[in-house]
Design a protein. Structure first.
Length: 640
């Protein structure tokens, strides 16, 4: 009944999500920026830009770029992309660009970088010049301290926004680009782009708009394999894998079945697929920098070497579900504040609690429903989340909604020493508990007739490749009211704006509660297998295999003793440090009432300190609330 109402009403006024048409328009000032003038944006750029990228220099990790841009005489500004979709911040790596030379009719032309906007290059096109020849190099990082390592001797992730300049002030949908890519001999690739021809190590792609190009990265490698996930469908889905070695391409049948189940479980949630075909681009490597980035017809995913063989760690097995859910939540349907016509206009992150928050909720649910996570692992992950936000001090001063701006505040995404006090990027994980509460409340109010699945299928109907449908907070709230009345704006608003330190209540609404025991849950055990000693809920710290503190909780026993991130533990109670000895010291402290004595090193200084903690080991777990309905089990149960 609710879904029928939604179908009928969608043609009305409550959800204004008409597909964006390509027409002249102006980027108007956002609410709150009344003083900001409108910026005119040209709808189309005449001609086709030719873009050639040579990525065959894998030993030096240099990508050589040649562009040919049709022009007319007069002043011209070229932009290097700055605001990258999915990054939610001005992360364009212009610091890795070098060797820029611009020629007209074979003669070098003088260019000048803008003194305020470092991503803008100004030049004067002389009379008689109709085509610019541009050359530069993109210096792909060789180590993680330089940026993301996306080029190794065996594999490559080519993101087009890193290797092009484009004319300023033009809608990215109205700029046509004909791209080509040269790879090392013998390499194969996966991409959502249409390959129009291959010659030697060079791949030519059919002309596309600049928006489609930047939304269509290429994964390539010496070791490549394509797995069919749903190849016979009208809108097929593939898993394109590159690996550091042939063993990385070996896939366990159960793992592939789980990925196929992911596709069909997403169908059950969202309905029709909003793409013509979809490619999961997956790099399995322990040296390639990890990534998870959504695109309209593909996604970039980085996992560890044994992922396809079903080897632990399992913590990030929700990555592909997250990026796939973005095909609906964030790509085909996009919050209005995030929409800009090109890649050098600031984006607004106000609705990331929906764009990323609900996506991460579906990542957890789809990982469990598909079998990428076993049910008890999904429960352990939710216990970890609940434990984190039930004890997090930062919730006393910073509300959930304010965290959506973190990407812009810290666009380099560098980990901070006091992450739980600053509350960085929590619109992902805490919003998981927020949307769990919404799902549970929908089910309770409707007596089991309506769930968040119904909202998703209703809200995301009618999408197709090439269209972007915009919405805002009011649209989301009206859609929730349509499937089940519940004063949703107040319900969600109270949870997004709270600064009282109260624990999220989504699990309780789903019939489960948090408790602690001295036995590690499955997520903690997963980390301990990698040498991490996780004492977050006892001493308030996590320690790496070499004794270096990876995390210290604000106002925790470790904090009060004077410890901080990156301090090295040297000895525990007079013996050389080991994770086992530290845990035993926590147990002894509870049994004997003795403080824990540590020798620590910070830079070149050593000191001795004591932690007076006597409550023993504590790890979060979930248990049923007696007399309540078990909605969580229903939520995590496969639909197909």
């Amino acid at each position: 009944m609710a879904r029928g109402w939604c179908v009928a009403k969608r043609a009305g006024s409550w959800l204004m999500v008409a597909a964006l048409a390509l027409a002249p328009w102006s980027l108007q000032a956002q609410q709150g920026d009344a003083a900001t003038p409108a910026v005119p944006v040209q709808a189309r750029y005449p001609g086709v830009i030719e873009l050639e990228v040579d990525a065959s220099d894998i030993s030096r990790r240099i990508q050589r770029v040649r562009e040919r841009i049709p022009v007319s005489a007069g002043p011209l500004t070229l932009w290097y992309p700055q605001w990258i979709p999915g990054n939610h911040a001005p992360t364009g790596p212009i610091n890795q660009m070098a060797g820029l030379v611009i020629r007209g009719n074979g003669q070098p032309l003088q260019w000048t970088r803008d003194s305020v906007d470092m991503y803008a290059f100004h030049l004067q096109v002389p009379e008689g010049v109709s085509l610019l020849d541009i050359e530069f190099q993109y210096l792909s990082p060789t180590a993680s301290d330089q940026g993301r390592v996306a080029m190794t001797p065996n594999l490559l992730d080519l993101q087009w926004h890193r290797v092009l300049l484009y004319p300023s002030g033009v809608d990215a949908r109205g700029i046509q680009v004909k791209p080509s890519l040269r790879l090392p001999d013998g390499w194969q690739s996966g991409t959502a782009l249409e390959v129009s021809g291959r010659e030697g190590g060079s791949e030519q792609y059919a002309p596309v708009s600049l928006m489609t190009l930047i939304d269509s990265p290429v994964f390539a490698g010496r070791h490549f394999k394509r797995f069919a996930l749903d190849e016979k469908a009208a809108q097929p889905v593939w898993l394109d894998v590159v690996a550091e070695n042939p063993q990385g391409l070996q896939a366990d049948a159960k793992v592939l079945d789980a990925h196929r189940a992911l596709v069909h479980e997403a169908d059950a949630v969202f309905g029709a697929r909003p793409y013509t075909r979809y490619d999961f681009l997956l790099a399995v490597s322990d040296v390639f920098s990890g990534i998870g980035l959504e695109h309209a017809q593909s996604s970039e995913n980085g996992m560890h070497d044994g992922y396809l063989r079903g080897e632990r760690p399992y913590m990030d097995n929700d990555l592909l579900p997250h990026e796939y859910a973005h095909a609906w939540v964030g790509k085909a349907w996009r919050p209005r504040p995030t929409w800009v016509p090109h890649y050098n206009a600031p984006m607004r992150n106000d609705d990331l609690w929906m764009y990323e928050g609900q996506t991460q909720y579906w990542a957890v649910v789809l990982a469990a429903r598909s079998g990428l996570w076993k049910p008890d692992y999904a429960m352990a992950m939710l216990a970890q989340l609940q434990g984190n936000y039930a004890t997090q001090p930062g919730r006393q001063w910073r509300d959930l909604h304010d965290t959506v701006h973190q990407g812009i505040l810290d666009f380099n995404s560098k980990p901070q020493a006091w992450a739980d006090w600053q509350r960085a990027f929590e619109f992902y994980n805490e919003s998981t508990l927020l949307w769990l509460g919404v799902d549970a409340r929908l089910r309770a109010l409707s007596r089991g007739k309506v769930s968040l699945d119904d909202f998703a299928r209703c809200f995301h109907q009618g999408g197709k490749q090439g269209e972007i449908r915009l919405y805002d907070r009011n649209d989301v709230m009206q859609a929730l009211e349509a499937v089940q009345p519940g004063n949703w704006d107040a319900f969600i608003g109270n949870r997004m704006d709270a600064r009282d330190g109260s624990a999220p209540d989504g699990l309780k609404a789903a019939g489960w509660e948090l408790y602690y025991s001295d036995a590690p849950n499955l997520v903690v055990a997963d980390g301990e297998a990698d040498g991490i000693t996780d004492l977050q809920y006892s001493l308030g710290m996590k320690v790496g295999s070499e004794g270096v503190l990876q995390w210290v909780g604000w106002d925790s026993p470790a904090y009060k003793a004077g410890l901080a991130k990156d301090v090295t533990l040297v000895a525990v109670n007079g013996l050389a440090y080991s994770g086992g000895r530290l845990k035993q010291a926590v147990i002894d402290g509870k049994q004997n009432g003795t403080p824990i004595e540590l020798i620590v090193r910070q830079a070149d200084s050593f000191r001795t300190l004591r932690i007076d903690y006597r409550e023993g080991l504590r790890y979060p777990h979930l248990r049923r609330i007696e007399g309540s309905a078990d909605l969580l089990t229903k939520i995590l149960t496969p639909r197909r």
